[in-house]
Design a protein around this ligand. Structure first.
Ligand code: AMP
Ligand code: TRP
Length: 360
């Protein structure tokens, strides 16, 4: 699809990659960090963990961080929304954040819809976002192609995401590779707003993990591991709450090839995916991984992956089960988080409204 807005022009700001930190780049201490995940299709998978959550947790001490369960984003595919389920999944995703190690004492953790500021800011940002920019988003294009009818919320999805980020004066957005285009768009929207209405927004940039920024499906290593495919096909994803038996079945039947190539560069996509998962979870170097599996069949690699996955997920699952036993306590934590988030977002929204000349 092409731009239908003659005033759109090209996104302002810098060339595409300038807003993405080099993977290895260290983030300055106490940079404001913001990220979030959608509470769709049940639980999270290893891609969510390695691409995003693990990075959030790793830096929670050095940074001033805000993490959100973005339930309003879940409404963009309304056919898929079951209201009661959305509410319970939202809580379950928050529990998983904590189970994976996010500490609510050291971070602000909240649910997007518990504040009105995100939706309100989105309206104002919608008005400065050229339609052409939104039509170019690859996630929108893929989602729109797969459906007969598309709500306008699906098109403006990244504008809500921009509001999420910009309301917190965010500098750094840790995400998997598939979100980089949305963060670049956020930056472009901020640049355009600042040009039109004066300096209002801090310009954010994406930070993606050095390895495993794009974990692939076990059953189809050419497709990104995704929640929606996981909901339809057993054996696609490694679910963070999967039992050891389910994990065994999925990992041992992961697609590989008929050879024995275990060097990252020469391996087929399925084998490279397994090598990467192993490398990151075992906290090993590329050379160490290649040395360990050299000359071995893929069965050995799969067993090692299974072992390190189970080792990683067992304590997460135990903490999650404990947290889910007390929904009232989870709700209380999220209510506190919403209060803290509001205290940060409200002044930014007031600044935005003052800049455009609306509000009391
Ligand atoms: P989503 O599942 O789309 O809500 O994504 C939540 C976060 O997980 C985002 O930061 C994504 O970039 C990241 N993510 C999702 N799928 C993958 C994947 N297969 N590999 C790496 N990161 C992922
Ligand atoms: N669009 C993101 C995803 O699908 C989720 C998201 C919404 C997000 N708002 C955000 C991620 C703000 C980072 C920052 O994964």
């Amino acid at each position: 699809m092409t731009s239908t807005d003659p005033t759109a022009g090209s996104p302002g700001g810098s060339p595409a990659n300038a807003s993405v930190a080099a993977p290895d780049e260290t983030v300055p201490p106490r940079a404001r960090v913001f990220s979030g995940m959608k509470p769709t299709d049940g639980v999270l998978h290893l891609g969510n963990y390695l691409g995003a959550l693990r990075g959030w947790v790793a830096h929670q001490d050095e940074r001033d961080s805000v993490f959100c369960v973005v339930d309003l984003h879940a409404l963009t595919i309304p056919e898929a929304v079951d209201p009661a389920e959305l509410r319970s999944t939202t809580r379950a995703i928050a529990a998983l954040y904590f189970a994976c190690g996010l500490d609510p004492e050291r971070n602000v953790v909240f649910v997007q819809s518990h504040l009105t500021e995100h939706a309100e800011c989105t309206w104002i940002l919608n008005c400065v976002t050229p339609l052409g920019w939104l039509h170019r988003m690859t996630q929108f294009k893929a989602q729109a192609e797969a459906r007969e009818s598309v709500g306008s919320g699906l098109l403006t999805y990244p504008v809500l995401q921009a509001a999420d980020i910009l309301l917190y004066d965010t500098e750094v957005v840790p995400v998997g590779e598939d979100q980089v285009q949305h963060i670049e768009l956020t930056r472009d929207i901020a640049v355009r707003f600042n040009r039109l209405f004066g300096d209002t927004f801090v310009l954010p940039r994406a930070v993606v993990p050095k390895a495993a920024a794009r974990v692939m499906g076990l059953d189809d290593p050419l497709a990104k591991m995704s929640k929606s495919i996981a909901a339809e096909r057993a054996g696609h994803a490694i679910g963070l709450l999967d039992s050891p038996a389910v994990l065994k079945k999925a990992i041992m039947s992961a697609v590989t090839d008929s050879g024995r190539e275990t060097r990252f560069e020469h391996a087929s996509p399925g084998v490279r995916n397994l090598l990467t998962i192993y490398q990151v979870l075992a906290d090993a170097k590329v050379e160490q991984v290649e040395e360990r599996f050299a000359g071995e069949g893929y069965g050995t690699l799969k067993k090692a992956v299974l072992e390190v996955v189970v080792e990683t997920l067992t304590p997460i699952q135990a903490r999650d089960a404990e947290l889910m036993r007390d929904p009232a306590e989870l709700d209380a934590i999220l209510a506190r988080g919403a209060e803290q988030a509001r205290a940060m977002a409200a002044p930014t929204l007031a600044r935005v409204k003052a800049a455009v000349g609306v509000g009391a």
